[in-house]
Write a protein that binds this ligand. Structure first.
Ligand SMILES: C[S@@+](CC[C@H](N)C(=O)[O-])C[C@H]1O[C@@H](n2cnc3c(N)ncnc32)[C@H](O)[C@@H]1O
Length: 267
């Protein structure tokens, strides 16, 4: 019996919910206190575009401070070199899912230019205003990056293996476990060579450090709110493992990265 894509995603979501709920039922009192369920300002349709843009600019700033940009370009750069072997001179296709203001793709384009690697860069983002702003910046800077509106939970515009590398940064924690499992399954489905999911990892030790960073950096109230909530909504390493199993990604690798990240890909 064949299943439709909707049925497949529904089954993945159900497994994701079940497996993460089972882990959370066994969580200790500290983790139960730490874990947060409510939305961030970035998740609310009522948040003004200017505040969203400020929040996304601050994600970029914090990522730069925590060396995330370097880590991501290194890791995705390795995947691009691997993909190049199968592309026979054609551009390596990279899709960023939940691309936000597009900063990662812009940095990757600069990197590829320096490395003289032909590359095709696509960004998908659920918020249409954010898509417009990212595309405007790309066009003004003469970049060859294309952004489109789409939902990470069902990348219906992308056929299986239609990009070489699918990346998603700081997106999983915005979604409940069922949706997060679907995102991982979709990244794996569309990527011919590999995928990479990079996000915050919920842990108590990082709470005071993030609190201090937000104050030292004089971040505004919206960012102070969303950053703390993000950390408290981040999936743990064990939860990401459970999500990958729910997504039926057979050979996967998950690693906790200091100070407060979790990264998943194919092994
Ligand atoms: C914290 S921001 C990270 C942006 C960017 N990836 C970065 O690392 O700077 C999360 C982004 O994911 C987007 N997002 C949330 N849910 C999504 C979904 N279901 N599909 C696509 N994008 C989504 C949000 O609109 C937001 O732009």
């Amino acid at each position: 019996m064949t299943t439709t894509r909707g049925e497949r995603l529904a089954a993945i979501a159900a497994r994701g919910h079940r497996s993460v709920s089972a882990l959370r039922q066994k969580a200790d009192v500290v983790d139960r206190w730490l874990r947060h369920e409510g939305p961030e300002l970035l998740d609310l349709g009522t948040t003004p575009t200017g505040v969203r843009a400020e929040l996304l600019a601050d994600v970029e700033r914090i990522s730069r401070w925590l060396q995330v940009h370097r880590i991501l370009v290194d890791r995705v750069g390795d995947m691009i070199r691997q993909a190049r072997r199968t592309r026979r001179g054609k551009p390596v296709r990279v899709l960023d899912v939940g691309a936000g203001s597009g900063g990662f793709l812009f940095r990757l384009e600069d990197w590829a230019h320096r490395q003289r690697i032909p590359i095709e860069l696509l960004g998908v983002e659920v918020d249409e205003d954010t898509v417009r702003l990212a595309q405007r910046q790309a066009d003004e800077e003469g970049r060859r990056v294309r952004f489109s509106a789409g939902d990470a939970r069902d990348l219906e515009a992308f056929a299986d293996g239609s990009v070489d590398i699918a990346v998603s940064t700081f997106v999983l924690h915005h979604l409940d476990p069922g949706d997060a499992a679907c995102v991982l399954a979709e990244l794996d489905r569309v990527a011919a060579v590999n995928f990479l999911s990079f996000d915050l990892r919920r842990n108590l030790a990082s709470v005071p450090a993030l609190w201090a960073l937000l104050r030292v950096g004089r971040f505004g109230a919206p960012t102070r709110h969303d950053a703390m909530v993000s950390l408290r909504k981040g999936y743990t390493e064990r939860e990401v493992l459970a999500l990958l199993a729910a997504a039926e990604i057979p050979h996967h690798a998950v690693a906790a990265l200091p100070p407060t990240f979790v990264v998943a890909s194919r092994a």
